[in-house]
Design a protein around this ligand. Structure first.
Ligand code: E4P
Ligand code: PEP
Length: 477
């Protein structure tokens, strides 16, 4: 990267940057970030701008966001089957939400780049051995050996390459006919079908098929329904990686992350005076900030002023992760502060991260706690007349046993059966669908009380994440 320009987007000098790896080989780091700075962008400027528009619609209550995927993607786990499983789960959930609540759903994967994890502790001890914690595949390996746990900058290159491969599948899936609404039945294929949620989904799919047949009979052109819009996101944690993947758009002269459509700042790195907020203030993608229980109204205003000084709807989202016990007490003051100061953020609920506990040495979450936090989120917005903008979830299409409860009543004894997450517990396919049906009901109620008009906020197929377009306008900083 041209050092003169890296300064434009970097902004780290002298600022505290939390949760950064101590790369043992600085020469290798420099070589690899230079390679990344010269690599092709993964996403395009107009895709990022389109997502900002859609998030703006969600902030106004004209759309609803579904953001979800793995807690920690892994290189080995980024197989075609796994990627398609997560995509199909998200599409099914989006269908349930759209159908149940007549609201367009903006689909954003925690995918194609979610390879870095902030940790509570820098080290992990097992018996007499202490090693660096696992910080995600972009940094080190999960295996508990000194070799695997040593941060290796070559992993940044693999993170980029794996993101590109995943994104390729995402684009093929979204545009190549697999996401065609005429194939809603097939989205259920390969998943367990003996669950209450699957049976409910089958009935819904049948209903959609009949509606499409009716539309065809009426002469409605269904071509728009063949493809879908799908966006990617990850936590913009590793500044070495994120800065290297920033490009300047020739047309507007603005810097964009070319690594994902949306980046978020995590709970552990949201210091308003820190390097993450500084870097995020320099990119034009839609951005989000996770808000945990200690967030103050003044901090909230600092994020708004630093990241969205022009108050552009869709530029800034707040992802609230307070925990089921506290959301009803802690969220109102933040929503009121934002509303009172003209902050036009899109509010999302992350009902996962405030509800984690450990049982038998495994981290888990109760489905009912997750649901209760979502309920609390809706209640607060309803009471204040503001808009619940969407969901941020850790989920997978696999039949894992990581979270408790749901329609199939997963118990503590089940946790050992198929616990595959590299970090935090995810909702499995059936729990994800269960949640979607329940949230659709909440959305329906919210729509009835606010007179939500989904209107033409989002046009299916209006702008597909596709190759081509303005990538020619992206130049390296
Ligand atoms: O996903 C979020 C964090 O990275 C995760 O909860 C941290 O987990 P830890 O508390 O086990 O480090
Ligand atoms: C680390 C995460 O969450 P939080 O920053 O909210 O703890 C995450 O979503 O992966």
């Amino acid at each position: 990267m041209n050092p003169t320009h890296s300064h434009v987007v970097d902004g780290r000098r002298g600022l505290p940057a939390a949760q950064q790896p101590e790369w043992p080989d600085q020469n290798a780091l420099r070589r690899i970030t230079e390679e990344l700075a010269a690599a092709s962008p993964l996403v395009l400027v107009e895709e990022c701008d389109r997502l900002r528009e859609l998030l703006g619609a969600a902030a106004r209550g004209e759309a609803f966001v579904l953001q979800g995927g793995d807690c920690a993607e892994t290189f080995a786990g980024s197989t075609a089957d796994a990627v398609q499983g997560t995509l199909r789960t998200l599409l099914q959930m989006a269908l349930v939400l759209t159908h149940g609540a007549s609201v367009p759903v903006v689909k954003v994967g925690r995918m194609a780049g979610q390879f870095a994890k902030p940790r509570s502790s820098r080290t992990e001890t097992r018996g007499a051995v202490t090693l660096p914690s696992y910080f995600g595949d972009a940094v080190n390996g999960l295996e508990f050996t000194p070799e695997a746990r040593r941060p290796d900058p070559a992993r940044l290159r693999t993170a980029y390459e794996t993101s590109a491969a995943t994104l390729n599948l995402v684009r093929a899936f979204a545009r190549g006919g697999s996401a065609d609404l005429h194939r809603v039945q097939s989205w259920n294929r390969g998943f367990l079908t003996d669950t209450p949620a699957a049976a409910r989904y089958e009935r819904l799919a049948g209903e959609i098929d009949r509606t499409l047949a009716f539309m065809r009979a009426c002469g409605v052109d269904p071509r728009q329904l063949h493809t879908t819009e799908f966006f990617t996101s990850h936590e913009g944690l590793l500044l070495d990686y994120e800065v290297a993947l920033t490009r300047v758009d020739r047309e507007s002269g603005r810097a964009y992350s070319a690594g994902a459509h949306l980046l978020w700042i995590g709970e552990r790195t949201r210091d308003p005076a820190g390097a993450h907020v500084e870097f995020f203030s320099r990119i034009a993608n839609p951005v989000a900030v996770k808000l945990g229980p200690s967030t103050t109204p003044d901090e909230l205003m600092a994020y708004a002023d630093r990241l969205d000084p022009d108050r552009t709807a869709g530029r800034l989202s707040f992802v609230v992760r307070m925990g089921r016990d506290r959301i009803r007490d802690l969220l109102p003051v933040l929503v009121e502060k934002a509303a009172g100061n003209g902050v036009r953020a899109c509010w999302l609920t992350d009902p996962m991260h405030g509800n984690t506990f450990t049982v038998g040495g495994r981290k888990t979450r109760r489905f009912d706690d997750v649901l209760d936090e979502v309920r609390g989120f809706f209640e607060v917005h309803r009471a204040l007349g503001s808009r619940p903008g969407g969901l941020h979830l850790e989920l997978t299409g696999d039949d894992v046993t990581e979270c408790l409860g749901g329609g199939r009543a997963m118990g503590v004894g089940d946790l050992r059966r198929d616990y595959a997450s590299a970090c935090d517990p995810r909702l499995n396919h059936s729990q994800s669908l269960d949640l979607a049906f329940l949230v659709a009901e909440m959305l329906q109620d919210a729509g009835e009380t606010t007179g939500r008009d989904a209107g033409a906020a989002t046009g299916r197929g209006a702008a597909q994440p596709a190759s081509g377009g303005r990538d020619a306008n992206l130049r390296r900083p």
